[in-house]
Design a protein around this ligand. Structure first.
Ligand SMILES: Nc1nc2c(ncn2[C@@H]2O[C@H](COP(=O)(O)OP(=O)(O)OP(=O)(O)O)[C@@H](O)[C@H]2O)c(=O)[nH]1
Length: 609
C-alpha cells in the first residue's frame, strides 16, 4: 500500500476501518506498522486513527488491558485535538472496557456522557454508534428495556445510512436481547437478518459469530438439527479465516449441544480439544466451563475416576476466577461424584456447602438486583427530570413566543385603532367641514359669493333688534344697478354676471365688518347699517361706486361706467324691518324715477359722483 504521504496513509486507514475480510492478527500487525510510520513522520491524526482502530479490534478480541492502555493514552489527545469522531470511537471502546467490569456508577456516568454527545450528532452515524454501544452495554447488564430503546434508535439510524456492518451488529445485539427475554423466535429472526447482511458483505468473522449465536439459540429451543447446521457453519467459517477463538467457541457450543443431545462421547472429544486451546490462551472462564462439561460427560459414560480427576483442576481454576457461581457449580459436582463413589459423608458435606453457598449467593444476587434496580430507577428519575426540564424549557419558549405574538397583536390592534381613530377624526373633520360648506352654501349667493337674500335678511333682523334694544339708529338701503338689462342685452348674460360679481367684490372691499350687505335678488342689493348718519351712508356708497367703477370687468369696456341707485330708510320707534325695506324700496323707485345714479333718503337725495 502507498502510505508515502499523510493523506495517502489516512485514506489507507479508512479502508482498513471498513475491512471485514482481513484476519484479526493481520489487521493488528498492519496497524502496528502504520503506527510506527506515523510516529516517525509526526502524523498525529494518522497515529490516533490507527491506534483507535487497533483498540477497537483488541476490545473486540477481548484483549481488554491492551485496549485500555491505548484508550487511556489516546482519548485525551483526541479530545484535545478536537478529533471528534475518533473521540467518540475511543469513548465507545472505553465503555466496552468498563462494561467488562460489571455495571457500576462509572458505566452509568460514561453512558450519560455518551448520550449527551449523541444528541449533538443528531442522526449522524456517530450517534448511531453511540446508541448501539449504549444499547449493547445495557444489554450486558441485563437492563433490557433501556437496551431495546437505544438499540432501536441505533437500528433506525443505520437503516437510514444503509450502514450494513453496524446494522448487523445492532441486529445481533437485539437478537441477544430477545434471547435474554426468552423470546427465541424473535431472536432467531434478527440473527438470520444479521447473518444475511454479513454474508452479502463477505464478512466471514461476523458471519461466524452470528452463525454461532444462531446455533446456541437453536440449541436452547431444542431444535438440534438447525443448531448443528449453524454451529458447523460457524466452525467452517472460523477455520477459513484462521480465527482460533472462533474455532474453539464453535467446538465448545457443539460440545454443549452434544451434551444436550445425550451424546457424551462426541461432546467429550470436543471438550478435550477446546481445553487445550483455552489452557494456552489462559481463558480460565471458558476452561472452567469446558472442564465442567468434561466432568458431566465422564459421569454420563460412567468414567467416574476421570470425572473425579477434573475436581482438583477445577479447584485451582476457581482460585483464579474468584467467582461465586462457579463455586456453586463445583460444589454440586463434588457432592455428585462423592455420592456416585459411595462416599456419602463427603457427598453430604459438599451438599451442605453447596446449600450454604447457594443461599449466600441468592441473598447477594438479590442485593445486586436491588442495587441494579435502584441505579435503573435513579437513571429513570434523572431522565424524567431532564425530560421535565426540557418540557419546561419548551413551555417557557412557547410562553415567550405567545407573549411576543400577543405583543405583536397588540401592536397591530393599537396601530389599527390609531388608523381607525385618525380616520374617524378625519371623517368627522370632513363632515364638519362639509357641514360648514353646506351651511355657507345655504347663506351665500352662488354667483357672487356675497351673502344671499336669506343671509342679509337674517343679519338685518339681528342688527335691527340689537339697535332697538340699544336704542341706536338703524338704517336700510336697497340698491339696484341701473339699466342692467341693457348690459345683458348688449354684452351678454355672462358679462352681466361678471358685473354682478364685481359689484359684490366692491361692496365686500369697501364695507366694514359691522356693515351688512347681500344680494336681495337679481341686480338688487340690500344693506343694513347700525349707528350711521345719512352722511356716513352717502360716503359708503360713494366709495362703493368708486371701487366698483375702477374694477376691470371682463368683457365690459373700462370707459363705460355702470351706475346704481339706492333707496335709504331709517328706523323709528314702531316700524318693522319689512316696513323699513318697503320704505327703502319706494325711495329706490324714487331714485330711479328721478334719474338714477343717486341715493334717496326720506327727504333728501344725493347724487353719486
Ligand atoms: N346677467 C344677469 N342678469 C340678471 C340677473 N338677475 C337679473 N338680471 C337681469 O337684470 C335685468 C333687470 O332689468 P330691469 O329690472 O328691467 O331694469 P333695468 O334694466 O336694470 O333698468 P332699471 O332698473 O330701470 O335701471 C333683467 O334683464 C334681468 O334679466 C343675473 O343674475 N345675471
Amino acid at each position: 500500500q502507498d502510505i508515502s504521504t499523510k493523506e495517502k496513509m489516512s485514506a489507507h486507514i479508512d479502508i482498513l476501518t471498513e475491512d471485514n475480510v482481513m484476519l484479526p492478527k493481520d489487521m493488528i500487525a498492519e496497524l502496528d506498522q502504520l503506527i510506527i510510520v506515523s510516529k516517525q513522520n509526526n502524523w498525529l491524526e494518522n497515529e490516533i486513527k490507527a491506534q483507535t482502530l487497533k483498540a477497537e479490534w483488541l476490545a473486540f478480541l477481548e484483549k481488554l488491558p491492551t485496549a485500555s492502555t491505548i484508550v487511556d493514552k489516546y482519548l485525551p489527545i483526541a479530545q484535545q485535538q478536537k478529533f471528534t469522531r475518533l473521540t467518540v470511537r475511543l469513548q465507545l471502546v472505553r465503555l466496552s472496557i468498563y462494561d467488562s467490569k460489571g455495571f457500576n456508577e462509572s458505566v452509568e456516568l460514561h453512558i450519560s456522557q455518551l448520550l449527551d454527545s449523541a444528541k449533538q450528532w443528531g442522526t449522524n452515524l456517530e450517534a448511531g454508534s453511540i446508541y448501539s454501544a449504549v444499547g449493547h452495554s445495557y444489554l450486558m447488564h441485563g437492563l433490557l428495556d433501556k437496551s431495546l430503546i437505544y438499540l432501536k434508535k441505533a437500528y433506525e439510524i443505520f437503516v437510514t445510512h444503509n450502514d450494513q456492518a453496524n446494522l448487523s451488529y445492532a441486529l445481533n445485539s437485539m437478537a441477544n436481547l430477545y434471547a435474554d427475554l426468552e423470546d427465541y423466535e424473535t431472536s432467531i429472526k434478527y440473527l438470520h437478518e444479521s447473518l444475511e447482511i454479513n454474508k452479502a458483505m463477505k464478512d466471514k468473522l461476523s458471519s461466524s459469530i452470528i452463525a454461532h449465536n444462531l446455533g446456541t439459540t437453536y440449541t436452547k429451543i431444542s431444535n438440534f438439527e438447525q443448531a448443528k447446521s449453524y454451529l458447523d457453519e460457524s466452525l467452517k467459517l472460523a477455520l477459513a479465516i484462521e480465527d482460533d477463538i472462533g474455532v474453539v467457541w464453535a467446538k465448545h457450543a457443539l460440545a454443549e449441544l452434544y451434551v444436550k443431545r445425550k451424546l457424551p462421547r462426541e461432546a467429550l472429544a470436543l471438550f478435550q480439544q477446546v481445553v487445550v486451546t483455552f489452557e494456552e490462551t489462559g481463558e480460565n472462564r471458558e476452561l472452567f466451563n469446558s472442564r465442567i462439561g468434561m466432568f458431566d460427560c465422564y459421569v454420563l459414560i460412567n468414567e467416574l475416576d476421570n470425572a473425579q480427576a477434573q475436581i482438583p483442576l477445577l479447584e485451582s481454576l476457581l482460585k483464579k476466577l474468584k467467582n461465586d457461581s462457579y463455586r456453586l457449580e463445583l460444589d454440586k459436582r463434588i457432592s455428585q461424584i462423592n455420592y456416585l463413589k459411595g462416599d456419602f459423608k463427603s457427598a453430604y458435606q459438599a451438599l451442605l456447602s453447596y446449600s450454604d453457598e447457594s443461599e449466600r449467593q441468592y441473598a447477594k444476587e438479590k442485593r445486586q438486583n436491588i442495587q441494579k434496580l435502584k441505579v435503573s430507577f435513579d437513571t429513570e428519575i434523572a431522565e424524567q427530570k431532564s425530560k421535565a426540564l426540557q418540557k419546561e424549557n419548551e413551555l417557557q419558549q412557547l410562553k415567550f413566543e405567545q407573549q411576543s405574538n400577543e405583543r405583536t397583536l397588540w401592536l397591530v390592534i393599537s396601530c389599527m385603532s390609531m388608523v381607525i381613530i385618525v380616520s374617524i377624526v378625519f371623517l368627522l373633520v370632513r363632515q364638519n367641514q362639509s357641514k360648514l360648506h353646506y351651511k355657507s352654501m345655504a347663506l351665500r349667493d352662488t354667483l357672487t359669493q356675497a351673502p344671499n337674500r336669506r343671509a342679509i335678511l337674517h343679519n338685518a333682523e339681528i342688527l335691527f333688534s340689537q339697535a332697538k334694544s340699544e336704542g341706536s339708529s338703524f338704517s336700510i338701503a336697497l340698491v339696484d344697478l341701473d339699466k342692467f338689462k341693457k348690459v345683458n342685452d348688449i354684452y351678454g348674460h355672462d358679462v352681466g354676471d361678471e358685473v354682478l360679481k364685481s359689484f359684490a367684490s366692491a361692496c365686500k372691499e369697501t364695507l366694514r365688518k359691522e356693515d351688512n350687505y347681500g344680494r336681495y335678488g337679481g341686480e338688487e342689493w340690500l344693506f343694513a347699517f347700525n349707528n350711521l348718519a345719512p352722511n356716513d351712508i352717502t360716503t359708503i356708497f360713494e366709495r362703493i361706486h368708486k371701487t366698483f367703477n375702477l374694477t376691470n370687468i371682463k368683457g365690459y369696456p373700462a370707459e363705460k361706467h355702470i351706475t346704481f341707485s339706492a333707496g335709504v330708510a331709517f328706523s323709528s320707534s314702531n316700524k318693522s324691518l319689512q316696513t323699513l325695506i318697503g320704505e327703502a324700496d319706494s325711495h329706490l323707485y324714487k331714485a330711479k324715477e328721478t334719474g338714477r345714479n343717486r341715493l334717496v333718503f326720506a327727504d333728501e337725495c344725493h347724487l353719486l359722483s
